[in-house]
Design a protein around this ligand. Structure first.
Ligand code: HEM
Length: 151
């Protein structure tokens, strides 16, 4: 029971961290594009966003498939679990472009070279869309946890 509680708390705290980090990354991209911020702020927020995503995935998978929740069968037959996972996949797909570019930024900055900030506005928008998808995941998750079904 303590392990269930611990995992649930970590899962929720990772959501809080991830939501804050992805919003902050979006704002940092926007500030950078306006010539007000530094690439470092984007990268720090991106690190936290990445860490929170891994924690969400690991704790979520343990709860869904590792015997620390209501059992795999429950979730696989819960439509809102599928909605939640679909939203998660959308986030992962949206994340591909910023992830690739930010890896290039890290390499360039490591070498003391210039970075290409041409797509910063697009990545700000993507970050904020990802935050919205996280909110929708919470809506799906709370219904899923309470056995809400349709029809
Ligand atoms: C990535 C963003 C994610 C967000 C924002 C999120 C959000 C949440 C929230 C708010 C809850 C609590 C629901 C409640 O008790 O009212 C929850 C529970 C849960 N989540 Fe996630 N989650 C995420 C990722 C995942 C992933 C990737 C998985 C599975 C692979 C997962 C599996 C679960 C499970 C099994 C529960 C327990 C539901 C229950 O009490 O039966 N989550 N999630």
């Amino acid at each position: 029971m303590l392990a269930h509680w611990f995992l649930a708390a970590i899962h929720l705290l990772a959501f809080a961290l991830g939501f804050w980090a992805v919003l902050t990354r979006g704002t940092a991209f926007r500030r950078l594009n306006a010539g007000l911020g530094e690439a470092r702020s984007v990268l720090v927020a991106d690190n936290l966003w990445g860490i929170s995503a891994v924690i969400l995935l690991v704790t979520g998978a343990m709860r869904a498939f590792g015997g620390y929740g209501k059992g795999t069968d429950y979730y696989l037959h819960q439509p809102l679990f599928h909605l939640k996972m679909t939203l998660f996949v959308f986030i992962l797909l949206l994340e591909i472009a910023p992830m690739v570019v930010l890896i290039k930024w890290r390499i360039a900055l490591g070498r003391g070279a210039a970075i290409d900030t041409g797509r910063a506005t697009l990545f700000a928008r993507i970050s904020h869309i990802e935050a919205l998808l996280l909110v929708l995941m919470v809506v799906a998750a709370t219904g899923m946890a309470r056995g809400v079904t349709f029809g």
